[in-house]
Design a binder for this molecule. Structure first.
Ligand SMILES: NC(=O)c1ccc[n+]([C@@H]2O[C@H](COP(=O)([O-])OP(=O)(O)OC[C@H]3O[C@@H](n4cnc5c(N)ncnc54)[C@H](OP(=O)(O)O)[C@@H]3O)[C@@H](O)[C@H]2O)c1
Length: 340
């Protein structure tokens, strides 16, 4: 991206106009198609607003690629049980399919609507006869029922916390506090009660890894006006994932949070986005990435926050820098040496 193009983006992407423009779909500057919406620093523009050409040069992915393919033997989850919240639509549905492709023995879908789960059940069991699909129509905010379901499953190897809401988007002070609270109930408290139930289950065997993946959002890294309540809830849970890693990592709990994609799903549709408005990522990019996070190759990212768009081989090449710095890819105050 040239300096001129960055300047054009800065003009178009003024944070104060972001919410309005998001609805109108005016985030295009010349040949630069944006893949994120609005950011408050030039550095973040460059991180998130890649042109297609730059994606190719920098291995910034918008769709799946061989290193994260669920059919790689190294990524096999053969015989394992995976619970995916919101696993019958959008990114969640592709995630369910990807785990079936990776050989999961059982996939447990948990969401409020029955019909999409029945449909996902039929499709997955027809295409992957070795995989059994169980469905539970329940809100993740019903902690009592959710705990009962998890106990009933008995053995659970992987928990993918994908379900979320962006309830009543708008400027933070204009939102009814009850609406803000709803974001926290679904995006924080729901996942927390599932994690509690998951951690209290006995592992499949003494040394069997157990993985929790929280679907977070790139929006926790910058301010996109109108999404404050949603991104505050995503930030809170991403921070809690770090805590869970510190507190339960040694007991074999592998915790990850990741930004999945900028994808055209029902959730995106409900914000008024149009299908041809942006250069969207494909929903199977985060799905395959979630399978990769369960593999030994992602071990060095435990307790951290990553983007599905980042190339896993490039990340692995930076492994030493990451593991030697406890603040890398973690929610923390950026202070550098300012106050030392
Ligand atoms: N799409 C994007 O560009 C994007 C960007 C950043 C982050 N994300 C994150 O990626 C994840 C998936 O996104 P998406 O766009 O595929 O989402 P989506 O289309 O809005 O789907 C959300 C899913 O969550 C389920 N859900 C919502 N509330 C629930 C509740 N109370 N209990 C149980 N399930 C509930 C929904 O099923 P029911 O309605 O049947 O319950 C649905 O299956 C979310 O965590 C989202 O925040 C997405």
């Amino acid at each position: 991206m040239t300096k001129k193009e960055v300047k054009q983006l800065e003009v178009v992407l003024q944070p104060q106009d972001a919410h309005k423009a998001l609805r109108k779909g005016s985030y295009q500057a010349g040949s630069v198609r944006t893949t994120a919406m609005a950011m408050d620093s030039r550095k973040t523009y460059i991180l998130a607003c890649r042109t297609r050409k730059e994606r190719r040069e920098r291995a910034f992915h918008g769709k799946p690629y061989p290193a994260i393919s669920p059919s790689r033997p190294e990524l096999s989850v053969k015989g394992q049980t995976v619970l995916i919240t919101g696993g019958a639509t959008g990114i969640g549905l592709q995630t369910s399919i990807a785990f079936a492709q990776a050989g999961a023995g059982r996939i447990v879908l948990l969401a409020r609507s029955k019909d999409p789960m029945m449909k996902a059940n039929e499709t997955i069991e027809a295409d992957y006869p070795e995989t059994e699909v169980l469905t539970y129509a329940v809100s993740i905010t019903d902690s009592e029922r959710v705990t009962e379901i998890v106990k009933g499953i008995g053995t659970l190897d992987i928990l993918v916390l994908n379900a979320a809401v962006m309830n009543a988007p708008g400027p933070v002070l204009d939102i009814d506090p009850e609406d803000t609270l709803e974001n926290f109930k679904v995006n924080v408290l729901g996942p927390l009660s599932l994690i509690k139930a998951f951690v209290s289950l006995p592992p499949r065997s003494a040394d069997a890894p157990r993985t929790i993946i929280y679907t977070s959002s790139a929006g926790i890294q910058f301010v996109l006006p109108g999404t404050g309540a949603y991104n505050a809830s995503k930030s809170a849970m991403t921070y809690l994932m770090r805590c869970i890693h510190e507190e339960h990592g040694e007991a074999g709990i592998r915790s990850f949070a990741f930004h999945p994609a900028f994808a055209y799903t029902d959730g995106a549709k409900s914000l008024g986005l149009q299908p041809d408005q942006f250069d969207y990522d494909s929903t199977d990019l985060p799905a395959h990435y979630a399978v990769w996070l369960c593999s030994a190759e992602a071990e060095f990212l435990r307790g951290r926050f990553v983007w599905a768009r980042w190339d896993v081989e490039e990340l692995q090449a930076k492994k030493e820098v990451i593991v030697n710095d406890p603040t890398q890819l973690r929610i923390a105050l950026v202070q550098d040496k300012l106050m030392e």
